[in-house]
Design a protein around this ligand. Structure first.
Ligand SMILES: *Cc1c(COP(=O)(O)O)cnc(C)c1O
Length: 479
């Protein structure tokens, strides 16, 4: 992870070999792999190159751009529901009951909260704003879990008055704060202890350490988790429901979960030995990975569920514990692949890289304000020309935004047709998670709309911000 793209990769611009492989032909340059594009994405096969635009759920991207403007997030409802249902079914095992909580921080709106409720999932929120969205959308509060390493008294009050089902406690202060608030509300709050298990997972690797140097959770090795349990069981307004851990994101296998489940179950056994109580729930968190590029191969929810279940069953047998109710919290794996970003090309600049190589800088009408992940995490994305097809030869390209910042990159290295021009539409795949959710108003650029598509119909999920929305905050203009 790094802050500025001109660092480690700077030297590579002279060697286009650092780029993805050259597409075999113009078909490959226009391919829409189902691994990265939403379920209903299709390219029409009408006569003429400009007729061969892309549609999602039967809605032509050119019509979407014309009606709603660009940049635009397009959310495939069928794809989202299919992924949510796949998770619910994967964890629906009467022998080992489990809950799936959609991690709302990946992307949340009232519409999405309703889909999540209808698909039978629970919901994770981690702020008052996310909670309010869910509550106002009518999401059943008993199926909401409240996360966060610094929940305020106001947030706890909102949660308690809404009837939130689970509190994932993250600090000693919060235990007292929540117990006091629950007493004031005259309720008993169900809590899970967020345990820092010493596992850090990221994509293909994980590290297991004894200590944890991070802001989340109560350390297992340092004894803070056990101390938290001691404090919770003494408080009549709190009930210890379970243990929680979240080891990372964009995880492709179960090795990290295996270590964390082993450590959590070990803690559950020592809680039983010390307090004579067995924890009812074990939440292994989220982080299930998705494909951003063709050829990436994340586990299916079903395969991962089977493995996680067998790990927990085995660990509980070792300690002679009753199998607790399992929970997982996928965010990215549900909404990530369901959304794409549509951009309009504004300028194309050819830059000479030396040694006979050139790169096209393709500037689009959004950028780091609607997708910070490339700049922040060095994320890779798949991009396609979607308003037409082109027979021009592919050119090594970089899709950049319109912000006053050289790190404003959307797709660092890609091949795009050499004849791109102003007005062409590009789509970037798998932008559902942590893009609109992390959007900013940098350079006073209004945040894009989110539109859902289903059966040929488009509906606004979040409207586009207007310049007036931005100016309305400026006291020097409104007072
Ligand atoms: C971020 C987060 C998630 C979701 O992570 P994804 O990578 O989107 O699946 C789940 N649980 C907790 C506690 C988180 O912080």
């Amino acid at each position: 992870m790094r802050a500025h793209p001109a660092g480690p990769r700077h030297g590579e611009i002279l060697a286009p070999s650092g780029a993805p492989p050259l597409p075999a032909d113009t078909d490959a340059l226009h391919s829409l792999s189902p691994v990265v594009w939403p379920l209903t994405t299709a390219r029409s096969d009408g006569a003429g190159l400009t007729a061969r635009s892309v549609s999602i759920a039967g809605v032509d991207v050119r019509d979407l751009a014309a009606e709603f403007g660009t940049p635009l997030f397009v959310l495939d409802e069928a794809d989202f529901r299919m992924r949510a249902a796949a998770f619910r079914e994967a964890y629906d095992d009467p022998q080992a009951p489990a809950d799936v909580f959609y991690a709302g921080k990946a992307f949340l709106s009232a519409t999405v909260a309703r889909w999540v409720a209808e698909e039978g999932l629970g919901l994770d929120v981690c702020s008052g704003g996310e909670l309010l969205t869910a509550v106002r959308a009518g999401f059943p509060a008993d199926r909401i879990a409240l996360h966060g390493n610094n929940k305020s008294t106001d947030e706890l009050d909102l949660a308690l008055s809404s009837g939130v089902g689970r509190y994932v406690v993250d600090s000693f202060e919060e235990i007292v704060r929540l117990a006091d608030a629950a007493t004031r509300h005259g309720v008993v709050a169900d809590v899970l202890v967020r345990v820092t298990v010493g596992v850090e997972a990221h994509t293909h690797e994980f590290i297991a350490t004894a200590h944890e140097d991070q802001k989340f959770g109560l350390s297992l090795a340092g004894g803070a988790a056990e101390e938290a349990v001691r404090r919770i069981v003494k408080l009549p307004s709190l009930r210890l429901l379970g243990l929680h851990s979240h080891i990372g994101s964009q995880i492709f296998d179960t090795a990290g979960f295996e270590v964390s489940a082993h450590r959590l179950v070990g803690l559950a056994a020592s809680i039983r030995d010390e307090h004579g109580l067995e924890v009812a729930e074990l939440d292994l968190g989220g982080g299930m990975g998705i494909a951003y590029l063709d050829g990436e191969d994340p586990m299916t929810p079903g395969d991962m569920a089977d493995l996680l279940r067998s790990i927990v069953v085995r660990e509980c047998a070792v300690y002679g514990l009753t199998l607790p109710r399992l929970a997982v919290e996928p965010g990215r794996a549900i909404v990530g692949p369901s959304m794409v970003t549509l951009y309009e090309v504004g300028t194309v600049k050819e830059v000479d890289l030396g040694s006979g190589h050139a790169r096209h800088y393709v500037s689009v009408d959004g950028g780091m304000s609607d997708n910070i992940r490339t700049a922040l995490y060095d994320a890779d994305y798949t991009v396609r020309l979607v308003s037409r097809v082109s027979e021009a030869a592919p050119v090594l390209s970089r899709v950049v935004g319109k912000h006053c910042e050289s790190g404003d990159v959307v797709v660092r290295d890609c091949w795009l047709p050499g004849d791109l021009e102003a007005g062409d539409l590009l789509a970037v795949a798998a932008t559902g998670a942590y893009c609109r959710a992390m959007a900013s108003n940098y350079n006073h650029v209004p945040r894009p709309a989110v539109v859902s598509v289903k059966d040929g119909v488009a509906q606004v999920v979040l409207r586009r911000e207007t310049p007036d929305d931005l100016l309305a905050l400026d006291a020097g203009l409104t007072s």
